[in-house]
Structure formats: structure tokens, C-alpha cells
Write a protein that binds this ligand. Structure first.
Ligand code: SF4
Ligand code: SF4
Length: 321
């Protein structure tokens, strides 16, 4: 279940640790230069094409990677809930309704087939890890990118992390869906060492946004306008739009996006054609993700050219949603 906007602001006040799914080094698509991207768990949206579905639930989860399982059967007897069994055809099967995520099985699966999605980390632990590549950030104009999930669900912690990065002379890029408290968003985006704000616009149409992400886009649009209107945050803003064939790439959607960009004075936008990497991740946490399609290369070019002409925005096309 995703964390709800209604219970924000107080939820992370006492967070000394947060669940970090992964820390990805040498990333080149999460902001300028060479970056280290930190993925935090918990998101108020649940995009049907999400490429990191294991980051949506704010709570810990168990990953089972069938291809890594050597069939030793050791996990079966470890489970206090009887949630693990061996099927003659399918091999090891996890009954997710019974699993209480105690992680006993993961702690003794030497093949690495069972493991937790995330681990609890402090600000200091994260900073120590990301500071290892400071020389690469300095030589390429890079830094760290805070992503998820949705970073604003851990607002106080993220603020402390940004400040700790500033003390080390490390620049920060924020990657956010924008569906959260405006004051918190602006206070983080205005920090001097925050150089870029990657801001998702899943769809400019409220109904489509709701149908495919679970929430409407009114809060996201009003927060986008605040960022675009503020002289400190406007130059940092980069709108990221997923291109999903038949959903977000229609003439109507692209026309609306162009109008919005022109209206808000957006300067930079990034197009992210759909890919299906989220499907295997979803399967590994116990579920199925539907299959979508990316637009053709020609259509992507056409959309990029249209948006540049219609709104004067500078468009980049990257390889992920
Ligand atoms: S302990 Fe790991 S490798 Fe062994 S059967 Fe269980 S999941 Fe497979
Ligand atoms: S994490 Fe789930 S499946 Fe594994 S031992 Fe605990 S309850 Fe059983």
C-alpha cells in the first residue's frame, strides 16, 4: 500500500533511518555528469508502468529471484509461517499472503535468491557511501541524485541528507513525482547545493493521470507552477515525461503538454520512452505488471520536435521511464 498524501508532514519527523533500495554508482541518466543515485522506498503514486515497482510500498518486502534459486530447500524449514513450499514443476513458491517479511529465509539463502528489497540506512551511512566518488562528480559536473519511490515522503531525512552533502561539497539532484507538500518541496529545491530538480509529469490530463498512476495531477501541476515561477528553482527544473504508446504519446496529450510547458515557461524537459524492466521486478516481489509499448523512434522524434516548436523547451530523450 502506498503512503498517502493525507498523512504527510509528520510521518518522518523522527526518522533516523530510512529504507534504501539501492545506491547506484556511475549513473549518467539521472542528472548532469556522473552521479550516484540513491533510491528511497515509498511512493504516493503507483504507476502501472513503474520501472521500480519494488520502491512503491513504504514497508520492507521480500524479493525472490527464481533464476538464482539452486533448489536446496533450506528456506522451507526456516519459515515460521509455512509460507515457502516446493512445487514439483515450479520449484520454490512463496505464499505472499502468509509471509510476514521476517526475512529469516533471506538471511540463510546463500544463493542470494531470497533477499530484502531495501535496508535501513542513516544519513551518515549514505553520505559515506556516496562521497567515495566525489572526484568523479567534480571532474564531470555531477553529484548525487535522490530518487525512489518518492523522496518527499522522507522530507526531513532528505533535508538532512542534502545539508550533509553540502558540508562535503557535493551537489544534489532531486527526482520527484511532485505529489506532496508544496512547502517541503520548495524548501528542499531551494537549497543552494540542489542544482537540478527532475520533476515527473506522467500525463497533463487529470483523468488519464488518475487512471494510470492512481492519483490526479492537480497537486503535481500546482507544485510544478510554484517551481517554475520561483527565480531560484525555475532554472533547476527539468520536466520528465514517460512516453507510453497509446497512453501518453497521443496527439491530444502532447498538445496539452506543449501548452502547459509554454504557459509555465518550462525551459527543459526529458522524454522517457517506456521499457518493460519493471515487469520482472514486480514478479520478484509477488505480482504481475501489465505490458505496455514504447512509441516508435519516428514518433518519439516527432514528439520532441513538436514540443520544442510549440513551447521553446529544450528536449532530451533518455532510455527509461
Ligand atoms: S534457500 Fe535460496 S537457493 Fe535454497 S531453495 Fe530456498 S530460495 Fe532456493
Ligand atoms: S520472510 Fe516471509 S517467507 Fe521468508 S521466512 Fe519470513 S515469513 Fe517466511
Amino acid at each position: 500500500m502506498s503512503k498517502d498524501i493525507a498523512d504527510n508532514n509528520n510521518t518522518d519527523a523522527a526518522e533516523n533511518t530510512v529504507l534504501v533500495g539501492s545506491i547506484q554508482k556511475f549513473s549518467t541518466e539521472d542528472g548532469p555528469g556522473i552521479r550516484t543515485t540513491v533510491f528511497f522506498k515509498g511512493c504516493p503514486l503507483a504507476c502501472r508502468w513503474c520501472h521500480n515497482p519494488e520502491m512503491i510500498d513504504p514497508d520492507q518486502q521480500l524479493i525472490f529471484t527464481k533464476s538464482k534459486c539452486i533448489g536446496c530447500g533450506h528456506c522451507i524449514g526456516l519459515c515460521p509461517n509455512g509460507a515457502i513450499s516446493a512445487d514439483p514443476e515450479e520449484g520454490i513458491v512463496i505464499d505472499r499472503d502468509r509471509c510476514g517479511v521476517c526475512l529469516r529465509c533471506a538471511s540463510e539463502c546463500w544463493a542470494g535468491a531470497l533477499r530484502p528489497v531495501a535496508r535501513e540506512m542513516t544519513v551518515e551511512e549514505i553520505i559515506e557511501k556516496v562521497a567515495q566518488d566525489k572526484e568523479f562528480y567534480e571532474s564531470t559536473g555531477g553529484g548525487i541524485t535522490l530518487s525512489g519511490g518518492e523522496i518527499l515522503t522522507h522530507g526531513t531525512f532528505i533535508g538532512e541528507l542534502i545539508d550533509a552533502a553540502a558540508e562535503r561539497g557535493i551537489d544534489v539532484c532531486l527526482d520527484t513525482c511532485g505529489h506532496w507538500d508544496a512547502e517541503l518541496l520548495m524548501s528542499l529545491a531551494k537549497r543552494p547545493n540542489v542544482t537540478d530538480v527532475l520533476y515527473d509529469l506522467k500525463s497533463p490530463d487529470d483523468d488519464i493521470h488518475k487512471e494510470y498512476t492512481g492519483v490526479g495531477n492537480s497537486l503535481i501541476l500546482s507544485n510544478m507552477k510554484k517551481l517554475a515561477d520561483d527565480p531560484v528553482t525555475a532554472p533547476k527544473l527539468n520536466i520528465r515525461m514517460p512516453l507510453v504508446a497509446g497512453v501518453t504519446d497521443t496527439d491530444e496529450q502532447i498538445r496539452k503538454a506543449g501548452e502547459l510547458f509554454a504557459d509555465f515557461g518550462i525551459r527543459k524537459a526529458t522524454l522517457l520512452p517506456y521499457h518493460d524492466l519493471g515487469r520482472s521486478k514486480k514478479r520478484n516481489i509477488g505480482g504481475e505488471q501489465e505490458l505496455f509499448e514504447a512509441p516508435s523512434e519516428d514518433r518519439i522524434e516527432e514528439i520532441a520536435a513538436f514540443l520544442e516548436d510549440a513551447s521553446g523547451v529544450s528536449i532530451e530523450v533518455l532510455g527509461r521511464v
